[in-house]
Design a binder for this molecule. Structure first.
Ligand code: FHN
Length: 430
């Protein structure tokens, strides 16, 4: 299989572990779990920071058990985990020296980032921090069209020193990268330089002093990888809430990318948001992503008591079952050099092709360009052999024998679909 060449910044950490791991857990957790109406509730409902603080006074996730989360994530086959250290609401989920608006000043009183990092690291899961560039709580973060105070003329009339906020932003990133050990992945969110509301503009790299911030990060943790939302046009490309049509390339080079997806329609816990994806759909999204040389970062929004809701748990259970038998078609795999049959996805790892069958066909699957190249074929879940043939032994094409075109291989599959959400056939090449 031809070696891939990636467009990756030389001064960033090595991304090899990332494209090996393929599957990560995204956790969106903050004060917004209490209103339980989406993580943008503060701005959707234009809540003044002073009013919003009532949630800090009530934040006490008494059922939170970081080790339980880590064990569940490991069982589902997730190799890295990204936790919101601060979302746009501005609330620090760690014991920050830079603010009183932090979890250690809530009734919960403990450092959640510390508990998360320790528990997930103990399970061998790599650590990622999500950190919001946007901050609707900080008094010097200038009010713009996304801000919860965007219609508050009195607040908009007050002068704000954005540079003071940027200093605070850099200070908190410094805290996060010097207090919790080795951090593998830093996930900023998000720049919006092209937005324009006439009375205010969006914010991008220049506003965040992103070059300076990036230099600080790599000085503190030189091995770290970053996503591309600092508006520096480099790092992990992070499409969300859709599946790219094909693998992502730029000037002929492969791009390191990660599809970021929710289980329902919200990142943060949203009690009444019921557009849950089926376990089968989620597993197909994971397979689809890897077949296009990407990673899947799959999100859970824990409740204000610190638990994963039942629906999320159910989906994670089914993912765990599937990954138990099929993880080898995901880890270290990527886009295949061969064309996929209809209603299937191929992943490939060196001399092994994994055929993921999205809709179960009757009796045969025709593989192109593989005649003479296959050594052995089996189902991945039970290692039962799959018979195949490449040409007709006799010249007579009997009416009940499939026509095999030049270069094709035909797999003979059972009429009954195996009892797994997405069956996978492992094809060993010569
Ligand atoms: O505004 C955020 C949103 O709340 C969520 O955190 C997602 C996750 O990728 N990022 C932003 C929207 O693109």
């Amino acid at each position: 299989m031809t070696e891939r060449v990636y467009d990756w910044p030389d001064h960033y950490g090595d991304f090899q572990w990332f494209i090996e791991d393929r599957f990560g857990l995204f956790i969106h957790w903050g004060l917004y779990a209490l209103p339980a109406r989406h993580e943008w509730v503060m701005t959707k409902e234009k809540i003044h920071p002073e009013q919003y603080k009532k949630y800090m006074d009530r934040f006490n996730p008494d059922l939170f058990n970081a080790r339980e989360w880590a064990v569940n994530a490991k069982k589902a086959g997730m190799k890295y985990a990204v936790l919101t250290t601060k979302h746009h609401e501005g609330f620090a989920m760690w014991d920050s020296d830079a603010t009183d608006y932090k979890v250690t000043n809530s009734p919960y009183g403990k450092d959640i980032v510390r508990e998360f990092a320790d528990a997930f690291r103990a399970e061998g899961i790599k650590i990622g921090f999500y950190h919001s560039l946007i901050d609707w709580h900080h008094p010097e973060f200038t009010i713009d069209g996304l801000h919860s105070l965007r219609e508050n003329e009195e607040e908009k009339a007050k002068k704000r020193e954005f540079d003071q906020y940027v200093q605070y932003l850099h200070q908190q990133v410094h805290e996060l990268l010097t207090s919790y050990g080795k951090i593998d992945y830093l996930w900023f969110d998000f720049s919006y330089p092209d937005r324009d509301w006439d009375w205010s503009k969006g914010k991008g790299a220049k506003d965040w002093k992103a070059e300076e911030l990036e230099a600080l990060i790599l000085k503190l943790q030189p091995h770290i990888i970053l996503n591309n939302r600092l508006d520096l046009n480099r790092g992990v490309y992070t499409p969300e809430q859709y599946q790219p049509k094909r693998s992502i390339k730029k000037d002929g080079l492969d791009i390191v990318w990660e599809a970021c997806q929710t289980l329902n329609g919200s990142w943060g816990y949203d009690r009444d948001e019921l557009h849950w994806k089926s376990p089968e759909m989620v597993i197909k999204m994971l397979i689809d992503t890897v077949s296009k040389n990407g990673n899947l970062l799959l999100n859970i929004g824990p409740t204000a008591r610190g638990e994963w809701d039942l629906k999320s748990m159910e989906i994670m259970e089914r993912i765990s079952e599937w990954m138990k038998y099929h993880e080898s078609s995901i880890y270290g795999a990527g886009e295949s050099e061969f064309p996929s049959p209809p209603d299937c996805r191929l992943t490939q790892k060196d001399q092994t092709i994994y055929l993921h069958i999205f809709s179960w066909p009757f009796r045969t699957i025709h593989l192109s360009e593989l005649a003479g190249k296959i050594e052995y074929v089996q189902f991945l879940h039970d290692h039962s052999e799959v018979k195949f043939y490449e040409y007709m032994e006799s010249d007579i094409h009997h009416h009940n024998v499939p026509v095999v075109e030049d270069g094709e291989v035909v797999l003979e599959i059972p009429v009954i679909k195996p009892d797994v959400l997405v069956p996978v056939i492992e094809i060993k090449l010569k």
